[in-house]
Write a protein that binds this ligand. Structure first.
Ligand code: SF4
Ligand code: SF4
Length: 486
């Protein structure tokens, strides 16, 4: 006991690593090494202010905290001990919080099946067609066949053995160009999962050009989540989302999207917008997709390309996007305080991560809980790496190449990204998309340092929204406890 007391007395405290923010009239700390949010009361605020001026030895700090707050010595000791264990304040013997280490086994939860690498559109920014495209090797099939698809399902069931709930997402090219196979996979996967007493759910991404009433009915009956790649009102959507002859695709998809939203009753329908130099009017796009067409959720992602492409968004363009994100985020907060859903999924996805205390070792599940499989059966870290020999992580007939997988994950781990080690956004960002890093820097493990200020600003904004909701309508946050972001 005496030894513990003297150990404690010997401590010299300084501030831990956190990002301080105010929201909804309350004060919070985002404890970065833990990825946790901590509400700050007056006494904690005073303690932090005191240590902002420099290190303070234990006994002196106890006396000052007691005097500043009218506490008994025991109360001051208790507060300091609590803050020390939460790593709000640290001393030489603190045990730092860490992101998850690389696990020894990585059971898969999600398999992204690229049913084809063919597309009936020629969107100029698409990684399938753009200058940043990962080379497609010669001699690989353009469409997945049934044998490969079923082997992929068996592979998922085997590699996810201890997970009760698993997920298949269909991707392309244009996914619906191989709709007969999609139907076959759903039937096969449901039967196989059922035999093992496990649950499997499905989603797909489509450009919506090939939707028919029969397909919509199938998607609805089978509870298949749908994300439509759509860039806004006609003049914006048709800017880059064109057929090979240059004709825009808006007029074809608009009635199909309306039919999808009206008749697919079992899952929310999401629009995913790719922002480019000519398509960055976020608010107008959001209004059109949410209010005019009726999408339940709308999410935005800036195009991932080299900065030399004409459609790349300039730094000032990204600032404009951020300003508009702020406006929609403020609107989101108003809705949330009334208990209503707003539909701006960039906020919802981040709130989900904050609510779940996410502290990422890697930016996403690629290569970890998520794998992609291409038409040839090659395994890739995710759908974006499919058909890249350089990034293949094995084949479904031979299994995962553990050496390559470990190398991919080791390089993508936050511990390897030294530039990120002092960044408060790292529990959520963890260096950003591996594929974007490869396109920009030629290395999947390189942090995406071209937009750090942007990411930090957006993270701060989402923290403020979280704090304001937590202070004024905390029940709203419960829906995010289980929600998964991509
Ligand atoms: S990439 Fe930039 S924003 Fe993301 S964690 Fe690293 S330093 Fe932070
Ligand atoms: S964030 Fe990038 S690497 Fe991760 S799953 Fe998405 S596209 Fe793939």
């Amino acid at each position: 006991m005496t030894a513990i007391m003297s150990e404690t007395s010997a401590r010299v405290y300084s501030l831990g690593e956190f990002h301080r923010f105010e929201a909804g009239g309350a004060h919070f700390l985002y404890l970065v090494p833990a990825g946790a949010i901590f509400a700050v009361d007056g006494a904690v605020g005073n303690l932090i202010d005191r240590l902002s001026c420099g290190e303070v030895p234990h006994d002196r700090l106890v006396g000052e905290v007691a005097a500043a707050n009218g506490f008994a010595i025991e109360e001051a000791e208790e507060l300091i001990a609590e803050m020390y264990h939460a790593n709000v304040i640290v001393a030489g013997d603190s045990v730092p919080d860490q992101p998850q280490p690389l696990p020894e086994r990585f059971p898969i939860q999600t398999l992204v099946m690229n049913l084809t690498n063919q597309c009936n559109l020629s969107c100029q920014y698409c990684y399938e067609f753009g200058a940043d495209k990962v080379a497609t090797p010669e001699g690989k099939p353009k469409f997945m066949d049934a044998e490969t698809a079923k082997a992929a399902v068996d592979f998922l069931l085997a590699e996810s053995a201890d997970r009760r709930s698993i997920h298949i997402t269909f991707f392309g090219g244009e996914t619906l160009m191989n709709f007969p196979l999609l139907k076959e996979v759903v039937a096969y996967a449901n039967r196989k999962a059922g035999e093992q007493g496990r649950q499997i759910d499905f989603s797909l991404t489509t450009n919506a050009t090939l939707l028919t009433p029969a397909i919509i009915e199938f998607l609805s009956q089978n509870h298949i989540g749908v994300t439509v790649s759509m860039d806004g009102p006609k003049e914006m959507h048709d800017h880059l989302r064109v057929f090979a002859n240059g004709r825009g695709s808006y007029d074809i998809i608009e009635p199909k999207v309306r039919a999808l939203i009206q008749n697919h009753r079992t899952r929310p329908i999401t629009a995913r917008v790719t922002l480019t130099a000519g398509v960055s009017d976020v608010i107008r796009i959001f209004r059109h997709l949410k209010q005019d067409l009726g999408f339940h959720e709308v999410g935005f992602a800036p195009v991932t390309t080299s900065p030399n492409q004409l459609y790349a968004i300039s730094p000032s363009g990204m600032d404009g996007v951020l300003e508009q994100f702020h406006i929609l985020a403020a609107e989101y907060l108003e809705y949330a305080l009334r208990g209503e859903s707003h539909g701006f999924s960039n906020v919802s996805d981040t709130l989900a991560e904050l609510c779940q205390g996410v502290n990422k070792s890697h930016p996403c599940g690629a290569g970890l809980g998520l794998l992609g499989v291409g038409p040839s059966g090659d395994i890739a870290p995710c759908h974006r790496f499919v058909d890249s020999d350089q990034h293949a992580l094995g084949h479904i007939s031979t299994g995962i190449d553990r050496e390559k997988q470990t190398d991919f994950l080791r390089r993508g781990h936050i511990d390897s990204k030294y530039d990120c080690h002092t960044c408060f956004a790292r529990p959520l960002c963890a260096g950003g998309c591996h594929h974007e890093a490869f396109v920009r820097y030629g290395d999947t493990g390189h942090p995406n340092l071209h937009y750090c200020d942007w990411i930090r600003d957006w993270t701060h904004t989402c923290l403020e929204i979280y704090g304001a909701i937590a202070a004024k309508n905390p029940g709203f946050l419960q829906q995010f406890a289980e929600r998964k972001a991509e």
